[in-house]
Design a protein around this ligand. Structure first.
Ligand code: ADP
Ligand code: TYD
Length: 211
């Protein structure tokens, strides 16, 4: 039985900016490829038509209304699903996505929309098999953005908004959500993620070794 004979699966990483999502996605993709899986890594907002419009807002978020912003993220996701995520899953790849609709629930929820209604709006969207929400103290995340990544926080990364976003992320409960403590070292965070992912793989691919 090939690693792909049971179909593709979809893993998403969620959490506030600076929790270490992109760092951990690279490590997880490397690990899964070493097991022989075909892995596609991707991210939202995308580099497509709507994603480019979103990026143009990073330094001036007030240019459009919260409603228009919400609709842009949903349009970007719809396009992403149809052009990349669903075709890759149909080819039995493991798709790992940096942010998905729980980010909309948390970020646009923090701007006043109901997180539950945002989740309901995503009835069209393929549910992930696993959503890893990485949690870490906001100060630590901001420090990682400014010190390690040497960036100035953009309009989506201001402390007061991140506090609200963090609060919404912590209120989300869905069967496929697993929470990861992102406050430790990169290796410590990776160990927790590998635990969740190997549990998922074992439930689908019974021949994986139990070490
Ligand atoms: P995100 O994708 O969630 O915004 P990144 O993976 O880009 O976060 O991480 C932000 C910065 O923090 C990067 O420079 C990264 O090297 C660093 N970093 C990531 N995880 C950790 C960690 N566990 N401990 C210390 N620094 C980290
Ligand atoms: P981010 O993951 O930082 O992308 P990049 O590294 O390419 O800049 O996402 C950009 C910002 O967009 C981030 O602050 C979170 C925000 N965001 C939302 O507000 N709603 C969403 O649905 C998504 C996917 C992201």
């Amino acid at each position: 039985m090939s690693p792909h004979s049971l179909g593709g699966f979809f893993i998403v990483f969620e959490g506030i900016d600076g929790t270490g999502k992109s760092t951990q996605i690279k490590l997880l993709a490397h690990f899964l490829r070493s097991l022989g899986h075909h892995v596609v890594t991707t991210a939202e907002p995308t580099r497509g038509k709507f994603g480019r419009q979103i990026r143009a807002l990073y330094r001036n978020r007030g240019r459009i209304s919260p409603r228009e912003e919400l609709e842009l993220f949903i349009a970007d996701r719809r396009e992403h699903l149809h052009h990349l995520i669903l075709p890759a899953l149909r080819r039995n790849s493991i798709v790992i996505c940096d942010r998905y609709f729980l980010s909309t629930a948390a970020y646009q929820g923090a701007r006043g929309f109901s997180p539950d209604e945002i989740i309901t709006r995503h009835a069209f969207a393929r549910q992930p098999e696993l959503a890893l929400i990485i949690e870490a103290p906001i100060d630590q995340c901001l420090q990682r953005i400014t010190t390690a990544r040497k960036e100035t926080p953009n309009d989506f990364e201001q402390r007061t908004s991140l506090e609200k976003v963090d609060f919404v992320f912590r209120q989300l409960f869905l069967p496929y959500i697993c929470r990861v403590d992102g406050s430790g070292s990169i290796v410590e965070v990776q160990a927790q993620i590998m635990e969740h992912v190997t549990t998922l793989l074992r439930s689908r691919l019974t021949y994986l070794p139990h070490s």
